[in-house]
Each structure stands twice: as C-alpha cells, then as structure tokens.
Design a protein around this ligand. Sequence first.
Ligand code: ACM
Ligand code: ZN
Length: 742
Amino acid sequence: MRRKIILLFILVYGLIHVTSAQLPVIPRPESVEILQGVFTLHPDVKVHGSERLRPIAGLLEVALRSLPGINTSRDTETAVELKIDSLGKKEAYILSVTPQQIRITGNDEAGVFYGIQTLLQLAGQSPVIPACRVTDSPRFEYRGLHLDVGRNMFPLSFLKKYIDLMAYYKLNTFHWHLTEDQGWRIEIKKYPELQRVAAYRNETLIGHKKDSPHRFDGVPYGGFYTQEEVKELVRYAAERHITIIPEIEMPGHASAALAAYPHLGCRGVEYHTATFWGVFDEVFCAGKDSTFLFLEDVLDEVLALFPSRYIHIGGDECPKTRWEQCPHCQKRMRDHQLKDEHELQSYFIRRIEKYVNSRGREIIGWDEILEGGLSPNATVMSWRGEVGGVESARQKHRVIMTPESHLYFDYYQSLDPEEPTAAAWYTPLDKVYGYEPYPRELEPEFRPYVIGVQGNVWSEYMATPEQVEYMAFPRILALAETAWTSAEQKDYGHFLGRLRQQEALLKSRGVNYFDRYEELTYAWEKNTLTLTSTLPGAQIYYTLDGSEPGVKGLLYKAPLRLEKSAVIKSRLFREGKPYGKVLTQDFRLHKAAFREVKLRHLPKPAFNPASPFALVNGLTGNARYNNGEWVGFSGEDMEAVIDLGKVQPVSGLGINILKYHWQRMWEPTTLVFYLSEDGVNYKEVFQTREFPENGINAVRAKIPSTRARYVKVFAQNKGIIPAGEYGAGGKAWLLADEIYVD
Ligand code: ACM
Ligand code: ZN
C-alpha cells in the first residue's frame, strides 16, 4: 500500500512537473507540453514551406543564421517545416519540436509567422531546443503599439527595429502618430509647405514643461518621412504581419499645419510650429470648407500609401476657444443647427468619416470623438481611462483600450528621483501587466466590441531611439502578454520568470531596456513601512538615520513600525552587492499625524487615489507629484479640519503647496490657518499669499504657543485659470500635502 502511494506520488509529481514546465516565451503561449529529448540547431538549417510561405521561410532562415552560439559541429541536415492547416482560429499555430524535426503549423500565414517568433525566442536563448509541443492563439485581434514622431522623430532604421521587436512579441498593429503641433512628419506632395514649414520648428524646450520660465535650445529641429520611406516601412511591416495605421491629427494638435497654411486656422494669422509641449488653442477651422478640401487631399495621399482598414484621425484635445470666436465656425453651427462647439467637433469628425468611408476605409479616433455624438462607423481609442471605451462599446462601436493610467509608456516607471525626465505619473511594469482590457463595468454582451489593446509612446521626453527603448521596454512585453495571452494564463510572477530569461534576448538585439523593474518598492500603512522586491535572492538593508544602507547595517525582516521621525534609506543587495538605487523616505511624526481630517470638498483621485489622509501621514509629496502623497482639488478650495484628539499647545503650523502653472497647478490665492479649542470658535493665527517657488512651496509658520484641539486650514483655489496662462478658462488644480502641527 505504502509503495503504491509513493509510486502515485512520484507519478503525480512528475505530471505536475511536466505540465508546469514552461518555455521562456513572451507572450505566454496557450499550452506548452515538454517532451523527451532536444533538437539542436545548426547553421545550415533548412526551412521547408510551400511557395506561399517562401517569404516567411526566408525571414526565418536569415534570423536563425544570425543567432550566436548555433552549434556548428553537426553536419546532418535538419529541417524546419512550415505549413498552413486549419486550426479553427485566426493567427493560431502549433509548434512541434522533436529531436529530428521542427514543424510549425499555422492556421494562416500570420499563424506560421507567430510560430516562428516563438521558435526564434527559444533559439535566441539556446541552440538546443527542448522537444515540445506549443499550441497557441491570440486573445485579441488588435494588438497595438504607438509611436509619436511629431515631438521627436526617429530614423527609419529605428522604426524597422521597433517593428521587428513588435513582431517578436506578437503585436500586429503599429499606430504611427505622424502629425503634431511640433511637426508634420509625412510628405504630402500636393502641399509642399508642409515639407518646407510644418516639418520644422525653430527650437525645442529644454527640461520639463512644468519648469518655469521655459528655456529653449535655440536649435532648429525637424524633418519628415518621404512617401518612398513610408512605402518602404509599410512593406517592411507587412512582411512581419504588422499593419501600420497612420494618424493624421484633426481638428486639434494642428499648429504645424497652420504654420504652413494659415488660412486653415480660424484667425488666419501667422502661426508657428510649436516649440514646447502641451495642448494648443490654434486648431483647424471647422467653418471653412477649405479646411475639409485640404484634409481630403491629405487623406487621398495617405490612403494611397497605407492599405490599412483603419485611418486614425485624432480628435483628441481640441480646445474650442478659437471656434467660439470665429464667424465661419459660428455660421457653420447655425447652418447645421449645432447647439455647441462639441457638436461642431462631431460635425467635423462625421464629415471626415464620410469621406474616409467613401474611399472604403474606416476611422479611428481618440475618445473625445464621443463628445457631441459619435460618428456612425467610428472605432474609438479609449485613452482617458475606460469611460470612453465603455460608452462606445455600449453604443456598439469597436473599441481599443489604451488607458493612460496603465498603457502610456511615456510615464515614469520608477519613483527614483534620478530617473530621466518623463511626462508624468507612475506606471511601473506590474501596473502595465495588471491591466485587464475588459472594463469591469462593461456588460458581457458588449465585450466583443473591445477588439484589443495598445500601448502609447509619446515622444516629448524621448529625444533618441535609446530613450524610446528605455521607456518602452520591458513594458511592451507586459502589454504584449495582455494582448495575446488569455486572462486565466496571466500571472505576474510567472511573467517575471520568463522576462528575466528574456533579458539576454533584449541585450542581443541591442535594446536599451529599463533593467530595474524589480527594484525596491514600498507601502505605508499609517506609521508602518513595508518594503518589497520581486528580485530573487535579494535582501533589503536599511538605515533610520539618513546614512547609506549597507550589508553591515540593519537587515529588513518584517514591516517597520516607526515610533518617531526618521529618514529611512533602504536598498536591495544580492550576494552582498548593492542592486538598484537607494530608496529614501522622510517620515515625520508630528502632532497632526494620523489624526482625523475632515474636508469640505473631496479631492479628485488623480493624484492620490487612496485617501485625504495623505495630508497627515507624515510623508511628503514629491516634485514629480507621482508618489501618491499630493491631494488635489480641481477648481475647489481646500478646507480641512484636523482633530488633534485633545487640547494641547500648538506653536508651529505648516503645509506644502505645489505650484506649476504649466501643469495647471496653482497656488491658493490665500492660505489661512485657524486654531480652536472647541471646534466652534476659530481664531486665525496665520495667513499668507506668498508662494514664490515654481514647485514645492513649504509654508512653515511659527506662532506664539496657543492651546488648541482643532486646526483648520483654508486654501482658496485660484478657480478658473486666467487668460494668457496655460489652460486659460479651465479649472485650476490646488495641490496640498502634509499639514504639519507642532
Ligand atoms: C492623447 O494622449 N492625447 C491621446
Ligand atoms: Zn473657425
């Protein structure tokens, strides 16, 4: 009996061992079976396939020959056989490796191509490939990656590398963002001024947009892709089963086009290609027919270059300021009984859609095209969260999920203050990986309208291909797994295991990827700090006195409960050697810390999704406003009352205010501190209107010792951003953090 149990145990264990065995492939395949033996590749490997598969076979041969470490000692002829056979699902494939042969069966050419990518990932890691059977197919039909070449442009050779890497990870759509305020990047033969004027700007902003005053490099910048180059890239991508969707932005983000052809703007004045980043008021005039004639001509040339089903027409971030003042636009609204400028935008998009449809294509637009009514056949890219996607799917429109919260790769991937300047926010790898493309609130019957996902790479802060790679990798790999792999098969720990093995592949392909995706991260729960890392074999050492952590210092074993103020520095170590950067946190225990806070107006979740208690948690917001400590009020005042628990002497009050007018973050018009013993009668003890810093303003007030139980802080929001300032007419943000009481 006992022997039988042991035997059973061995059997079951063996079974588990085999089925859980995995190949270091990203995205994770549907099913992997590891078999007995290995297949060893050698340099003369022959690839067989039907005539139809010749181009793919050719790519595979070239790719295999270029791999390092292919075993040259064998001289027997071995073969990779490619074939097409119905597998019942588009893009599906079966990869079968035996000691004698490799066979890839695709449902279609794309399926064969993806089987090859799986093989190449294996071969890239070792010429000795385990015998196996991989059955695989994608979760989503649309697996997209975007690149903005308007703000910064990149050589065609880099775009090819980008396409190659996309294909390697089974992405199939390249969204090429070709026109922007800062540059028009596609040759349009009918309009030479686009090449002469719109493709160039006089200079470029130095540093981040939030810095003030703005400084410029004084160096003209520009260029464009010729139609021959465009054709070359479209062909190159098609060979790799990637469709390129061009984006021609309208009606907003049009400064460069207006600089070339001023009559296309409402005011017809002298316009300039933008030299810094943001949303600009100068947009295409929706009232003049000449605008539509121009755009139709442009689209004619674009459609001839790109065979894609979809053409992206932008539609995002179009301020209505000029339209409100423009006689042409206002006449259009009257003539068509449009009740506001949103309906005028809808008119604009519908008119363009009609044109694109008449040419046998369909439009994609950013989710702003919902405003004023969605045009009949449009596909929507949901970028401002998921609301636009949910709304569009319910209206039975196709949707591509690309929420900036999870899938914008121009956002910071680390909170390390030394990270190169990026656009904003904090989107580490695990957050990207965790994205589920079916929004929770979307009813199951509308799910089929969600055709896929896309990652976006806006290039304001990416001047070089190396920086694009640094920001996009490995987050692209997480995106690819979300796009391809079923939700049930996704597992972050498992992904990390394969990613670690993929690093060699990224290195061998010369990808400048961000390699600290397993850095030290933290969570605070009141005064308790938990430090974590996924880095295998790592230990965390820390100090509490601000000194540099080392292996002779304190070893982190359990969450740290801090009973007094401390500067905590922590760092990962592996085999005694430091890894990554030092994480520094300044924790201050003061009289208001962890006390109850009551707010008259609730903050918006943009900066701190967790709670207003960030105001009294002993931790401060950072200058990049992405560490979850800032509490943001949109257009509304902050009125906070803190209950200190009992009457006690108070002699110091403080608060941090963040001011970046270029980010629509305004200092309060007045800031007042009040104290009270009973919570009814308050006495003003300090007031200021001085916030001189562009950045963090640390207000610290020393007052004569006063007995109080309640502290009230009133900060008056600027309200509406004044004319002449960035974002004029919109709501100002008021950002506050840590209310100190001593
Ligand atoms: C966008 O990020 N403005 C689509
Ligand atoms: Zn107009």
